[in-house]
Write a protein of this length. Sequence first.
Length: 151
Amino acid sequence: MNNKYYTVCGITEINGKILLVRHTYGTAKDRILLPGGFVCEGELPDRAAERELLEETGVFAKARSVLAVQFKTKQWCVVFVMEYVGGTPRSDGHENSEVLLLTAKEALARADLTNLSRELITAYMKRGAALGKSAYVPASSDSESYSLYEG
């Protein structure tokens, strides 16, 4: 079950280029943005970012750090820095019509890049102290149901 309140997206760099998608619906229709989506019920945000990236682009990546968190009164979005593991980028043909690999400079020069993606790519280029994934898991939990990102 999806929800509209908890969302994720990720910046994945492949050979010096950032993975972006051309959206097919909503306010971002026909614009390019970072891939992401809703967190399913019972799913951790980092796992949701990994799943969404794979579903939308065919790319396997692991969430390695938190770049930003966006809060709205009725929604939040966690933005992860993803580590490319494998896969060939391709469109899902549903939520996006195209997958693009662009340098940060190329992406920022595009008029069809969403404002939020522009802000996040700019932050990614300047990143300093991102919150990295910790190996810590409390005794009362397990690594499948717990994630801690710390500085």
